[in-house]
Design a protein around this ligand. Structure first.
Ligand SMILES: [Zn+2]
Ligand SMILES: [Zn+2]
Ligand SMILES: [Zn+2]
Length: 236
């Protein structure tokens, strides 16, 4: 299947669905986007959700290409409709085929839909400013000068970050569910390796380490994803 964004062949990935069936998603690493047939995103079993997280964290270092303004359905070529939705308090977007063939969602919006992306609070923004000068927009990749701006000048996105603690908790629950156990209740006696580092402090350290090297151009979210990828690899 050809990517609606860049027209390259997408990578087809078979995942476990609920009730023991399988579902296939198509992924484009260049556009950092996933095509779901019908409403497959809703049918994903815990193991499948984990696998998609793993794939997203592996791809998080690659530069992404902005999607073009007009996207066409890979099945029927009709124009995909840009759709805004909201998950709890987090808005996310996707492009859907009006004939019901499926929808295209960016990695970032997949994470937003799973409620793992939070806007920065005023206090967090202050803390970030004191430690980091520029950051790349998680949405479009443009550089944001933190001394002057708190939203992206290019696309207007607010600064946001991965909620690493929430993700770590959810990953633990998904792993338990995938292994057929009852989801673990969060508890104070969890092994220390399960506890994510204090979110923003850890991110700032990672960004500062990056700025000293030549691996620039990361956003708060890609930095978070790299940390999360390390965590996932340790746990599998
Ligand atoms: Zn593409
Ligand atoms: Zn279609
Ligand atoms: Zn932007």
């Amino acid at each position: 299947m050809l990517c609606p964004g860049c027209s390259a062949e997408m990578t087809n990935i078979d995942l476990e669905a609920r009730q023991g069936s399988t579902l296939a998603i198509d992924l484009c690493a260049t556009c950092k986007a996933i095509w779901f047939d019908h409403f497959e995103a809703l049918q994903m079993a815990p193991a499948a959700t984990l696998r998609v997280f793993g794939i997203i964290t592996e791809q998080s270092n690659a530069a992404s290409t902005a999607l073009p303004g007009v996207l066409r359905c890979p099945r029927c070529r009709s124009r995909l409709l840009h759709t805004h939705d909201i998950q709890r308090n987090t808005p996310f977007r996707y492009w859907r085929c009006d004939a019901g063939h499926g929808r295209l969602m960016t990695f970032l919006d997949f994470l937003r839909q799973k409620d793992f992306v939070r806007p920065l609070s005023t206090q967090q923004l202050q803390e970030l400013r004191q430690n980091v000068q520029t950051i790349n927009c998680s949405n479009c990749g443009a550089a944001i000068d933190l001394a002057k701006d708190s939203v992206c000048r290019h696309c207007g996105s607010a600064m946001s970050m991965l909620d690493l603690q929430q993700m770590t908790r959810t990953i633990a629950q998904l792993q338990a569910a995938a292994a057929g156990q009852r989801p673990a209740e969060p508890s104070a006696t969890e092994p220390s390796e399960r506890v994510a580092p204090a979110d923003l402090d850890a991110l700032i350290l990672a960004i500062q380490a990056r700025d000293r090297g030549d691996d620039a151009g990361r956003s708060l979210i890609t930095t978070g994803l790299v940390m999360l990828g390390d965590l996932l690899r340790k746990r599998f």
